[in-house]
Design a protein around this ligand. Structure first.
Ligand SMILES: Nc1ncnc2c1ncn2[C@@H]1O[C@H](COP(=O)(O)OP(=O)(O)O)[C@@H](O)[C@H]1O
Ligand SMILES: [Mg+2]
Length: 251
């Protein structure tokens, strides 16, 4: 078993009524790397994420996380084992304060039930760690604000804080930069880089500048299949990749 790779898939495939959304994808994600999954719309990126978190079950293939076969595991136990997709838990509670959102996530991590969330005494146990996480994502000055009132970029930062509260080993991010204002792209990019120092990140991202800056390795999907793989320079010079993105434009 190669412990170099935190996540490995073998021949992963998903058909929707005969349509191959993902076909024979064998992906290997190195521990402590930032790995990008890119490709044109409809390439199968989100379906891949849904397979990796076991929200969808594959038509064929296997998934190993930390050397363990999780192909048939249920989504909750996959998340508990350390593979967490950001928006999965990013159901940020709009009417709660920024601090309480992170406290609740920490309480969830320690196995607390909803009844316990309501108890201030129980939540206070997590204050030190909650503040640490808020500081890490630059939200410490916003801790008393109602989550719904935060600007969009800060909400994304809060999503990351609540994800980090679960202490995942591997974080899946589906277009973390999408929808951000120009002024938020830099800070959120730096935040992802910071987060990845102690973890592994697999991200779908369309902003190639961000991919170039952040990602150690890139897998390009097209029509459900892996088209190319490599670092940014290799992938961006690959004629098949260029063709997949601009192909047909010259007709
Ligand atoms: N639940 C579904 N039922 C049928 N077709 C689907 C379903 N989910 C995705 N697809 C199709 O699979 C293909 C890949 O979709 P998706 O994974 O969302 O692509 P991407 O995230 O790369 O844009 C698309 O053609 C899409 O229409
Ligand atoms: Mg998608």
């Amino acid at each position: 078993m190669s412990s170099d790779y935190i996540l490995e898939t073998e021949g992963l495939s998903k058909q929707f009524r005969g349509f191959h959304a993902v076909r024979d994808v064998s992906l290997r994600v190195k521990r402590h790397s930032i790995h990008a999954l890119i490709g044109p719309n409809g390439a199968g990126k989100t379906t891949c994420f849904n397979l990796l978190t076991t929200f969808l079950s594959p038509s064929a293939g296997r998934i190993r996380f930390n050397g363990r076969d999780i192909t048939r595991s249920d989504p909750a136990s996959v998340a508990a084992s350390g593979l967490v997709r950001s928006f999965q838990i990013s159901a940020v509670f709009g009417q709660m304060s920024v601090l309480d959102n992170v406290r609740v996530a920490l309480q969830r991590k320690s196995g607390g039930s909803f009844a316990f969330w309501r108890s201030d005494r129980v939540l206070e146990r997590h204050d030190a760690r909650a503040l640490e996480l808020l500081t890490a994502v630059g939200l410490e000055p916003y801790q008393g604000h109602i989550a719904a009132d935060l600007p969009y970029g800060r909400k994304r930062a809060l999503e990351l804080a609540t994800t980090l509260a679960l202490d995942p080993e591997l974080i899946l991010l589906d277009e973390p930069i999408a929808g951000l204002g120009h002024e938020d792209i830099g800070p959120v990019t730096r935040l992802i880089a910071e987060v990845a120092r102690q973890r592994t990140v697999l991200m779908v991202e369309h902003n190639m500048k961000v991919v170039a800056e952040l990602c150690d390795r890139i897998t390009v999907l097209q029509a459900g299949e892996i088209l190319a793989e490599g670092n940014y320079d290799e992938v961006s010079r690959d004629p098949r990749v260029i063709d997949a993105y601009v192909g047909g434009a010259h007709d």
